[in-house]
Design a protein around this ligand. Structure first.
Ligand code: GLU
Length: 478
């Protein structure tokens, strides 16, 4: 059985890089009918927070990712939070020490700093000297009596570690590049490179799919697998994500967390679609893909090793396609409700639905509702200096609005069709058309010089509010 895992550290919001890692694990699991595990890597007690774990889970679910095993669903390989696995790690540290694969190191920070400075001044890459590698029990006793707390270091064998990465091909690293590294800190906390091996091995992970930033950790992990006699999983390191300016994706590039995209009115389906294309591409030239299509086609072997560019303009465009063409009007309205309310546009579902129908073709995110939706909710129009001047100078301006008002003032309904036939009548009577006719009406009804079709607008706001707005205009300029 193939088993994969997504292993976030709960130290902040789910950012796009991690979301893409989670997604690719999920896509692999869907394509391969593998088990996906969520494992919370919270050994960094100072930075890890349960609130962040809850938010990560919420954001993953929002995005449409689900897992078979994890802290919230349980499973046979738990616990799924590293903070609850401490005893397991202790056992393996002990085993490594007993079998001569790890040792206590009493070197002080100052000593290590000196070693580091020396290496730099000699132009060498730093690695630990191995001073404590062969301490005798007597040597250790001296340190222990001085109550010096040791770290535990892994005794790295001299060798070239070779592994085949599914995305990057053969990777070779000489262990001389890193030397004996710490696996348990002075305070007794085991470090990532060690616990990740224990967890991946005990959880029977067959494929480790993670970001390229972990590539340099992999050889350190492989030597631990070997020392403990564990099977080594397959590795796939996903390409880094860059912004459009080809620098590492960061806050400077705008929203970079899943939560921020949600707040900016992106739909999870569009984000899912866009993230799936960060490093992967289907065979055909197609960008809007259903989940089924992605599940069917996704193969790790087809993931690109060169950096993926996160193109925000494209995400916006894609989101617009989902709003216009893919999500049903009812569903869209449901999701838009909290945005309407957030902007203070208060109405019932039926009304929101009508507004959505009128504006869905002209928005790309739900945040765009703020601008596009205003005319459906706000009856008090504020006329700008420019508009005031224009109305006073254009001789037909006021007359058009007045004529229109005369024709609707006794009506109780005003549908799209009725609006069209009334404006046709005015066109004939006043012998004006196009902008000369519609611009004054638009200004009178909305105060703006462009926007949604007026027929749609009056159809939604109805006869009473149309008349109210017209009366206000006429009073103001009369
Ligand atoms: N907790 C690590 C991270 O968030 C996981 C790395 C891994 O997948 O091995 O980067």
């Amino acid at each position: 059985m193939k088993r994969v895992r997504f292993a976030p550290s709960p130290t902040g919001y789910l950012h796009l890089g991690n979301a893409r890692t989670a997604l690719f694990n999920y896509l692999f699991a869907k394509h391969e009918r593998a088990i996906l595990i969520l494992r919370i890597e919270d050994t960094d007690l100072e930075r890890s927070k349960k609130e962040y774990e809850d938010m990560l889970i919420e954001d993953l679910k929002w995005l449409g990712i689900s897992w078979e095993e994890g802290p919230d669903v349980s499973g046979n390989f738990g616990p799924y939070r590293q903070s609850e696995r401490v005893d397991i790690y202790k056992k393996y540290v002990q085993k490594l020490i007993e079998e001569g694969h790890a040792y206590y190191c009493y070197c002080s920070e100052e000593e290590l700093e000196l070693e580091r400075e020396k290496a730099i001044s000699e132009g060498r890459a730093y690695r630990y000297s191995g001073k404590c590698r062969n301490l005798t029990p007597e040597d250790r006793k001296v340190y222990e009596e001085k109550r010096i707390k040791p770290t535990v270091r892994f005794k790295v064998p001299d060798k070239i570690v070779v592994f085949e990465d599914i995305i990057r091909g053969v990777v070779e690293i000489d262990t001389k590049e890193f030397g004996d590294f710490v696996i348990v800190r002075k305070d007794g906390i085991p470090v990532y490179n060690f616990v990740v091996v224990i967890d991946d091995a005990l959880m029977n992970i067959s494929h480790v799919i993670r970001g390229e930033d972990h590539l340099s950790n992999t050889p350190k992990q492989i030597v631990i697998y070997e020392a403990l006699g564990f099977d080594i999983p397959k590795f796939a390191h996903l390409p880094i994500i860059l912004g459009e300016d080809r620098t590492k994706l960061s806050k400077r590039h705008g929203a970079v967390s899943v939560r921020a995209l949600k707040d900016e009115g992106y739909l999870p389906e569009a984000v899912f679609n866009a993230l799936s294309l960060l490093g992967w591409h289907p065979k055909e030239e197609k960008e809007i893909l259903s989940k089924e299509e992605i599940f069917n086609q996704f193969r790790l072997e087809d993931v690109n090793s060169s950096p993926a560019i996160f193109d925000r303009t494209k995400l916006r465009w894609m989101n617009g396609v989902y709003i216009r063409e893919i999500i049903s009007l009812d569903d869209l309205t449901k999701r838009a409700t909290e945005f309407f309310e957030g902007f203070g546009y208060i109405a019932n579902f039926e009304y929101y639905r009508k507004v959505m129908e009128a504006i869905r073709d002209s928005i790309e995110t739900l945040l765009d509702i703020k601008e596009r939706g205003r005319v459906f909710f706000v009856d008090e129009t504020i006329f700008s200096e420019e508009v005031i001047k224009e109305v006073r100078l254009e001789e037909n301006f006021y007359r058009v609005v007045q004529t229109f008002y005369e024709k609707v003032k006794d009506r109780e309904t005003l549908s799209k069709e009725e609006f069209k036939s009334i404006t046709k009548e005015i066109q004939k009577e006043l012998n004006i058309k196009g902008k000369a006719l519609f611009h004054p009406l638009r200004i009178a009804l909305t105060g703006e010089s462009s926007g949604v079709g007026l027929d749609l607008l009056v159809d939604v706001i109805g006869a009473e509010r149309t008349k109210l707005r017209l009366r206000r205009f006429l009073e103001y300029f009369g």
